[in-house]
Every structure is written in C-alpha cells, then in structure tokens.
Design a protein around this ligand. Structure first.
Ligand code: BES
Ligand code: ZN
Ligand code: ZN
Length: 498
C-alpha cells in the first residue's frame, strides 16, 4: 500500500473511503470536515445524531453515499476531547480509519490531515503520527499461517490537504513516520519470530545485514573464545547451559561530523527458560520476547541510514539463551564480570542483569556521553506499572528529562522509578561483591541498582520494558497481540534531539 500527501479538496476526491474527523462535543464541524458536511447538505451531522456517534477517541462511523460526492463512503473518526488531543490521538484515529477501510475492501482511501485544522497541531507531527498509526495498525505476523482471509489491504492511502503551507511539512512528516514505523515493524518481526529461528547467531546475522546495507554502519562480533579472553565471565556463565553459542555484538553508526556519542544497550536473551530454576509453563510461554531490548536496538539501526541523525550511535548486545542442562550455571556459582566485579548467581532466572553487566562494561569502555539500556528485565516492573508502561531508572537528570519527553512524542508510556541507594544493601552478597537477587519487594529497582554497578559515573538510563514488550491482548488500535516493538520510536525520537 502506498501512502502519500496530496494537495486538493476532499470534496472532489474519487475514492472508496473518504476519512474526515470530529472532536467530542462539537455540534457544528468546521474546517475540511465541515466543508464535506455542507456539500452533503448536513448528512454527516444527521447520521451522527441518528447513530449516537459521539466522536469518542477510537470510534468511527461509516456512511455510504449515493453519488452526492465522488467518494463512495465517508468515514467519520472520533478524535476525542479537544483538550486531550495529541499525537497519540492521531495515531489511533489513523489506525482505526485504515482498519475500517480494509473491512469494506476499499482500494483507494483518502483522508483528512488529522489535527492540522481545529486541533492546531504542527502538520509535520500530524502526518508523522498518521503514517505510524496506519503502518503499525496494518501490521500482522501471519507468515506461519496457511491462509489469512481477512481481505486485501487498500492500494493507496492519500492524505489530502488544501492548505499549501501544510503540504510541504506534511510530506516531510509522512516520510519520517514511515521510517519510524518501518523500524518498529523490524523489531516486531524479530520479537514475534520463535526462539528456534531468532537464535543468538541469527541476531548476529541481522546485525551484519544492517551494516552491509549502510556505509555509515560497522559491526564487530565477539565469540566465546574472544569473550573468555576479555573476561566476560558473567555473560558466558549465563550462556553456558545452551547448545547455542553466545555472541557479543557491537554496532557503530558514525556520521561524518557527529559531536556526541551515545551507546544503546539491549538485553538479548533469545529464550529465557529460567535456567535450572526453571519457569512454570505460564511464565515461559512468551519468553522468546526476552531479546526485545536488542530487537529495539536493531530496529533503530535499521533506520539510521535514512534518518541520518547527527550523533555517533553505538549499539551493544550480549546474545545468548538461558537454558537448563548439565553445563548450566547453578545457584550459588560466582562469576567475575569484565570490570572485575564478582556476582553470586543465586537465581538463574535473574539472568538478564548478569548478561547486561558485561554488555554495560563493554559499552562504558567506549566512553559515550550517555548509555541507555533497554531490557525485559523484571516481572516486578510489570507488577509496579502494569503491562503498558515501561520503567525508567537513571543517574542523570538531563538524560531522564530527554527520555520522558521523547517517550511522550513517540506515544510510548514511560514512568520513573527511584534508584534508591539505601536499597543497595539488598544486593550485597555474603561471598561476592553482588548477588543477582534481592528480597521480595522492589524488584525492578534492585535490578536497576545492580546494573548501575557496571556503568561507573557515565550518565545512564535503564528502561525496563518487561510489560509493554509483548502485548497479550491488543493494547490500542495500532498495537496488536504479539511483539510491540517498544523502545524503537522512543529511541529514534531521542536520537533526533541531538
Ligand atoms: N525475562 C524475565 C523478566 C520478564 C518477565 C520479562 C515478564 C518479560 C515479561 C527475567 O529474566 C526474569 O525472569 N526475572 C525474574 C527475576 C527474579 C527471579 C528475581 C522475575 O522478574 O521474576
Ligand atoms: Zn529470567
Ligand atoms: Zn530474562
């Protein structure tokens, strides 16, 4: 399906579905929707009343026409309350309109630029959010299904505006939104693939493929022998139970004149069985998603060539499987991370922080201005914030602010948890420097404090994405069941601020 921005008058567009919009509580629509309503002699407002349509966020009303306009149907989508209107409302409206159009087998869809009129939104932002809503709302992971008979997607989805000034900005916004969405889809695909396909070696292949396609991206891969020499005993300890070899992957994006350097670190456990302290079936069934942090980093790198942010970006992940076997790490084993800190592994299912210890030490050696790590780290974070909100922990005020702001624009939910230093006593070990489990409570925070031991004084933020990484039910109109690609748009937005 092609998406584009065109100059024109909605009333004159020949299409199968013409999408207009309305705010909640507005009696007489204005702007382009008002013009369409007038051309239809008030049919829209009349039908809305009859059908009890209130323009609530996420709602839509399809009206079949009978030759009054070149369009076959008009779809009115609800934007909700004007006061609460934001980019997220646009994403949802766009996704809802795409799905409604597909349901009636529309070939050509023409849509109003949501929010650019009465919503007073910057047209570039509006068009970006529309591209994201449509592309992510259209996403399906059906490659392993024999048939998928849910109708063909439309051939084209055109955003039409009669505002000459908005046109240029909308064009740029659309392109940006397409890139953000494609990068998110990249991460979703990696997360949805089962763990016997996305193995550590497969993540290496994907990283190499990205570097091959982009002359500004290089990749270095460290295998078991090299990692042993480097002293990455913590990572290797977790990996040793699996038949799949572990790899540490380091991607570099280096634009010609970048001033700042940022390191992005992702948890890359391609399957988390829990190890010898094996998970119950219910806790294990979606654990192919335990590499979502690395998937987000790879998604970001897949888009850097086109987005060309003016910042040097390093992507680091330590890819392995967490499996029980005769070779597996055992509760009570002590491993030494690359910075010489020793870890008593008391729980083999708290493996993520142990693998991340070495990945963070590696990233910190690159002397970045900031480190941001993304990890499906703790069930405790899901207990604290629920399935839709990621937890943010940081040692740097400026970085924290930037990330919260980026998340808001990206349509990702992020909430800060405190890195309370008095809880450090909970991860002190009797036999080593640290232990990898704390008490019953505050598990997201103690995991964050554990990671902090490996970043030195570098400004760093840890984002626990255990909740939103995998949607067990559709989260909104553009996030279906499965891997969500969480973190990709947040990080791309963050990199854009440099
Ligand atoms: N990968 C899990 C965390 C997780 C939970 C991710 C739910 C996605 C959804 C992590 O490795 C884990 O098992 N954590 C344990 C830690 C505990 C043993 C201290 C947990 O949260 O239960
Ligand atoms: Zn685990
Ligand atoms: Zn895990």
């Amino acid at each position: 399906m092609e998406m584009s921005v065109k100059k024109g008058d909605l009333r004159e567009e020949k299409c199968d579905v013409l999408v207009v919009n309305e705010f909640e509580g507005v009696k007489e629509p204005g702007g382009a929707t008002g013009a369409v309503n007038k051309a239809l002699a008030g049919l829209l407002t009349k039908m809305e009343k009859e059908e009890g349509f209130t323009a609530e966020r996420g709602s839509a009303l399809m009206i079949r026409l009978n030759g009054e306009l070149p369009a076959k149907r008009v779809l009115v989508v609800g934007l909700g309350k004007r006061k609460a209107f934001d980019e997220e409302a646009v994403r949802e409206a766009a996704a809802v309109s795409y799905k409604a159009a597909k349901r009636v087998n529309a070939k050509r869809v023409v849509s109003i630029l949501h929010g650019a009129g009465a919503g007073k939104m910057d047209p570039a932002k509006a068009a970006k959010a529309m591209a994201e809503g449509v592309r992510l709302g259209a996403y399906e992971f059906v490659k392993y299904k024999k048939s998928e008979k849910k109708g063909k997607p439309p051939v084209s989805f055109d955003i039409v505006t009669d505002d000459a000034r908005a046109y240029g900005a909308a064009l740029k916004g659309l392109e940006l939104g397409e890139r953000f969405a494609a990068a998110t889809v990249f991460a979703r695909d990696l997360g949805n693939e089962p763990s016997h396909r996305v193995t550590p070696e497969e993540l290496v292949r994907v990283a190499r493929e990205i570097a091959r396609k982009n002359k500004f991206v290089r990749v270095r891969v460290f295998d078991k022998t090299q990692l042993k020499r480097m002293g990455a005993e913590a990572f290797l300890g977790i990996a040793q139970g699996s038949d799949h070899d572990p790899f540490l992957v380091h991607l570099v994006y280096k634009p010609p004149r970048a001033k700042k350097r940022v390191a992005l670190v992702g948890k890359a456990v391609t399957f988390d069985s829990g190890g010898l302290q094996i998970k119950p079936w219910d806790g294990m069934k979606t654990m192919k998603i335990d590499m979502a942090g690395a998937a987000a980093v790879l998604g970001v790198f897949s888009a850097l060539a086109a987005l060309k942010p003016n910042v040097e970006v390093h992507g680091v992940f330590a890819a392995c499987e967490n499996m029980p076997s005769g070779k597996a790490i055992k509760p009570g084993d002590v491993v030494r991370a690359m910075n010489k800190t020793t870890i008593e592994v008391l729980h083999t299912d708290a493996e993520g922080r142990v693998t991340l210890a070495d990945a963070l030490v590696y990233a910190n050696k690159l002397k970045p201005a900031f480190i941001v790590d993304l990890a499906t780290l703790t069930g405790a974070c899901v207990a604290a914030l629920g399935e839709e909100i990621s937890g943010l922990m940081s040692n740097d005020k400026g970085l924290r602010g930037k990330l919260l702001e980026s998340a808001r624009h990206a349509g990702e939910s992020l909430w800060e948890l405190p890195l309370e230093s008095r809880y450090k006593k909970l991860i002190k070990s009797d036999v080593a420097d640290l232990k990898n489990v704390a008490g019953h409570y505050g598990g997201a925070i103690t995991a964050g404090l554990f990671l902090q031991e490996f970043v030195g004084a570098t400004p760093w933020a840890h984002i626990d994405i255990a909740g939103p990484s995998y949607a067990e039910r559709p989260l909104n109109a553009y996030t279906p069941v499965g891997a969500s690609g969480v973190g990709v748009r947040l990080l791309l937005e963050f990199l854009r601020t440099f």
